[in-house]
Design a protein around this ligand. Structure first.
Ligand SMILES: NC(=O)c1ccc[n+]([C@@H]2O[C@H](COP(=O)([O-])OP(=O)(O)OC[C@H]3O[C@@H](n4cnc5c(N)ncnc54)[C@H](O)[C@@H]3O)[C@@H](O)[C@H]2O)c1
Length: 372
């Protein structure tokens, strides 16, 4: 198969969808790999690194789209790329369609086969291509919270860890999955008092066993969230219903009960955000303030630490890229339930229930398109 690796164009997105070592593996299996000029530069890989590992460098993005059977990206295609996708071409990337009707409609018009990293799901329910980025975004969320509490950034001026004789800051983490656990770990490591809320009692039991004693696990209810918002210095939103729009758990009314200069970090913004007042921001302009509360809602947080996140992501995606490239998307979907769950849009039809539900659009069961 001919595989195209694009240079990312989303603002301050510095990751790349395949490293040179991955190119070598794909070549070894008989595939051809095109890499857009300078695609790996910000992740620490030069064009000559790719050439040494068997890639062909192309200067023009249009040529990558024209020549490739499968396009690999990190973030969702941007509007300038919609018309470059074509019928039956495979697009394999993060899509987060439930957060964007425009993108969903644009992809249905391309008639391409759109497979989302974030909905590839193993039998045990885990999301293998979301996990590495959630680990990174979670750890960053605690760092960003600490940073924006500093008064120079408009924050309340609390040091999360406190000092001897002075109380530490309070961090409230809503959603104790991969992002939440990693946020809590870093915030607790800084010395903050951390509350981590989840609706899944097995998960809370697990967290309570492994987290340090300054991290308290709590059942997530609207009233517990309201109570904790009053004392929070940093609130991290990290809930997820796979593939679906995030539930709005903090409303504008809640903001009035919070301490001025506190910080809301909405990691779930890529699925539409779990705070009513969240709007997506970029690494260039990451924050804004509503009712005296700082909001941080960057949808591609790991893009800021590409030297770590490119390596973490591509080692997770490579086995799936290889499987799809070796046998084609249909055969790969028939062989693997995980890949089947990744398919969101095929030939103009929405094949992922949570996406069609998000927009009241028609759902088509992928099985009917696989001839199974
Ligand atoms: N902004 C970014 O750059 C970035 C990067 C990575 C992941 N994310 C996003 O972060 C979010 C979380 O990802 P994850 O990998 O941690 O997911 P996850 O599935 O591991 O965890 C989600 C958790 O939320 C819990 N939950 C559901 N409803 C809840 C509620 N009402 N109250 C409290 N908890 C609730 C679930 O039980 C689960 O434990 C996703 O939207 C993901 O796409 C964003």
């Amino acid at each position: 198969m001919k595989i195209g690796i694009l240079k990312e164009i989303k603002v301050a997105e510095n990751r790349v969808s395949m490293i040179p070592a991955g190119v070598e593996v794909l070549k070894h299996h008989g595939h051809t790999v095109f890499v857009e000029k300078d695609a790996g530069l910000n992740s620490g890989f030069s064009d000559s690194d790719y050439v040494e590992h068997g890639a062909e460098i192309l200067n023009d993005k249009n040529d990558i789209f024209k020549k490739s059977d499968m396009i690999l990206h990190i973030k969702e295609p941007q509007p300038s790329e919609y018309s470059l996708l074509r019928e039956n071409q495979i697009l394999f990337t993060y899509l987060h369609l439930a957060a964007s009707k425009d993108l969903t409609l644009a992809l249905t018009k391309t008639n391409a086969v759109c497979i989302a990293y974030e909905t590839i799901q193993k039998e045990d329910g885990s999301l293998p291509l979301l996990i590495p980025m959630s680990e990174i975004a979670g750890r960053m969320a605690a760092q960003e919270g600490a940073r924006y509490l500093e008064m120079v950034h408009g924050g309340s001026g609390v040091l999360l860890g406190g000092v001897p004789g002075v109380e530490p800051g309070v961090v409230v983490v809503i959603g104790g999955g991969i992002v939440g656990m990693n946020s809590a770990k870093i915030a607790a490591g800084l010395g903050a008092r951390v509350y981590i809320l989840d609706t899944n009692s097995d998960r809370l039991r697990y967290l309570s066993e492994i987290m340090p004693s300054n991290c308290i696990t709590l059942s997530s209810t609207p009233s517990k969230i309201r109570e904790l918002l009053r004392i929070a210095d940093v609130v991290i939103g990290s809930v997820l219903y796979p593939g679906a729009k995030a539930p709005r758990l903090v409303t504008r009314d809640h903001l009035r009960t919070m301490k001025k200069g506190s910080v809301l970090i909405d990691v779930a913004i890529d699925q539409g955000g779990c705070f009513e007042t969240s709007i997506p921001t970029t690494h260039e302009n990451p924050i804004y303030t509503v009712d005296g509360i700082i909001h941080y809602s960057v949808a591609n947080m790991p893009g800021a630490v590409p030297k770590t996140s490119t390596l973490a992501l591509t080692s997770a995606t490579l086995p799936y890229v290889l499987e799809i490239a070796n046998v084609g998307w249909k055969e790969a979907a028939l062989n693997s339930e995980a890949i089947r769950k990744g398919i969101n849009v095929v030939s103009g039809k929405i094949t992922y229930r949570a996406v069609s539900d998000a927009f009241g659009m028609e759902y088509t069961n992928i099985d009917s398109m696989l001839g199974s």
